[in-house]
Design a protein around this ligand. Structure first.
Ligand code: ZN
Length: 262
């Protein structure tokens, strides 16, 4: 008799870690689109921390049926990692697996908080796992032909983002994902700021003593931006509280709302 997880329990386990494999060395997404437009592909597995049946891996005779099939006894993994943990029981002990679970949930919580408080456009930071950077202070990833290197220096995360060959942006983020410093591959004066008009609560223009124009923009969800332009209407300063994404091909700062405002 196996004490399997219910569909509801599996769903909770997957969502509590944002559908990423809980093995910190893996951390791979486990869901995505299916070739059928109306379906998803799920390669995630709700693994039992202590076995579902007698003789199974990490079986604990002190657990009852209800405990074995509870959310507490489940760990969300990708298919490979679910096989991996059963192939070396001393290495992947109950304690190790509980640790993975705790950290994966903590990381998912931090990603969610960042998403809610900073906006979806937080520069290059949505998928970063701080825990992965910590051990050696360096983390490198590639996606769609772009390359990002992260270095952790003190509490600040420095990044170099090569968005296309030779176009490198350098920036500094704090732990909340706020941009502290940014050096662009092209002069700031060549960039523009894009804020969808339907998101703007108010705009306020002020003339500065040196002849530049300062524009304060408040967004409907509480974010704000300060944009300063010279007499030729060229950007000389931009400060977007809460961050924005930057497209260096279009030379644009793009402010986008949090998911709740789309
Ligand atoms: Zn995995």
């Amino acid at each position: 008799m196996r004490d399997d997880f219910s569909l509801r329990t599996k769903d909770i386990l997957a969502k509590r870690v944002g559908f990423l494999c809980s093995n910190p060395a893996c951390n791979m997404p486990t869901v995505g689109p299916h070739s059928d437009d109306t379906k998803i592909t799920n390669i995630g597995v709700a693994a039992h921390i202590t076995a579902a049946s007698i003789g199974g891996p990490r079986y604990d005779p002190n657990c009852d049926e209800q405990q074995r099939s509870s959310v507490d006894n489940g760990l969300w993994l990708c298919q490979s990692c679910s096989k991996l943990i059963d192939s070396d029981l001393p290495k992947y002990s109950i304690e190790v697996l509980r640790d993975w679970k705790k950290n994966a949930e903590k990381n998912a919580g931090e990603r969610l908080n960042r998403q809610l408080s900073v906006s979806s456009g937080a520069p290059l930071n949505n998928q970063i796992d701080w825990e992965q950077i910590k051990p050696n202070g360096l983390y490198e990833k590639e996606f769609g032909g772009q390359r990002i290197q992260y270095y952790l220096i003190g509490d600040l995360l420095h990044f170099e983002h090569e968005s296309s060959p030779g176009v490198i942006t350098y920036g500094v983020l704090d732990k909340q994902g706020n941009l502290k410093d940014l050096k662009l591959p092209y002069p700031l004066s060549e960039y523009s700021v894009e804020i969808p008009e339907n998101l703007v609560l108010s705009r306020n223009l002020t003339s500065l003593p040196d002849g530049r124009i300062r524009e304060d923009v408040s967004m409907k969800w509480g974010k704000s931006a300060i944009v300063i332009r010279d007499a030729q209407n060229k950007l000389t300063d931009v400060h977007i509280v809460g961050g924005s994404s930057v497209n260096h091909v279009l030379k644009k700062f793009i402010v986008s709302p949090p998911i709740s405002h789309r």
